[in-house]
Design a binder for this molecule. Sequence first.
Ligand code: GLA
Length: 386
Amino acid sequence: MKNSLHKEFKKIFNKEAQKVYFSPGRVNLIGEHIDYNGGLVMPCAITFGTYLLIAPNEDNVFRFRSLNFEDKLDIPLQEDYVKINTNWFNYPLGIINFFLKDGHKVKGFDILFYGDIPISSGLSSSASIEVATAFAINELMESGYSKLDLVKLSKSVENNFIGVNSGIMDQFAVTFGEKNKALMLNCDTLKYKAVDSNLGDYILAIINTNKPRKLAESKYNERVQECQAALKALQQELNIKNLCDIDSDTFKKHSYLIKDQVIFKRARHVIEENDRVKLAAIALSQNNLVEFGRLMYASHDSLRDLYEVSGKELDAIEEYSKTDSDVAGARMTGAGFGGCAIALVKEDAFDNFSQKVIRYYTNKIGYAPTVYRSLIGDGVGELIVK
Ligand code: GLA
């Protein structure tokens, strides 16, 4: 892979790449729509991701190219930048903009990106490209940001430059991910533990619905606002900073403070989901995959009925999984509105599962999903050229 990317870089820029970096995508095992409510999540970095090849230039120009998209950008170094339509290169442009506005010197660079994360699949290709760019520029310009700074600045670019009010989970997972580990992350304190993702006889399948995610961003921002409204209502009596500061029992006692039924449902999902992550962590530490799977199904059902971010495509995958005794659990992962589901599948039954879920989904939805065997990999880093 690296060799052919080097050749492409040379073909495009007529010189050698100086460095190659890789930043992964992520799946979230459980804890969905929790990060911007200050609770617990359990993401892992995956082995799909973004490759970034880079060399400085003497022209004070940023040249962004991608092997995935035809659109390209050549833009001179200037004081600041604004988003250009909805092009992919807004992610690296937003990162450069952040460095400059934060008072760091940046010189011109030629950058080639290649991603093997399926596009619009909800596996965080955006966090992956943001963190890849931030990591590379930070190293080459010796800007002195810590890894946690890179997470925070990438999130800030997503929120303020791109305009999606996402939480911190994705950028955190692609930066701090570790091979064969899940991150138990507290999104309020940003403290985390890398726990063994020992799945015993099971492996993790990723099922891409292949449904284009239309309206995802505006619906996402709507959910963020609904949670803020729920928090405000509860704060009339409770001294809390985040929705996830209370558990389901406390919520039950105070839920009368929320008058709007839709806002109530959103809050109930968030608070119960946060409780489920705690139970899931215990189940994983006891290698109790059956219990872990049960919690995954419960998470999906809540995202479908209370948070209303699933859809018939993601639901079809969960529905099929519940009928297959080789599957411990399944759920949508990420923001929802299309994208991917994950399933815990007995390793020796993976091919069978894959064929059957494809058949079930295709009959019901009219086109096929794509099924991957997921490997849990490391977070962002340089790929050393041997
Ligand atoms: C998207 C966002 C994350 C998180 C998930 C839902 O991936 O980028 O911050 O909110 O959705 O859990």
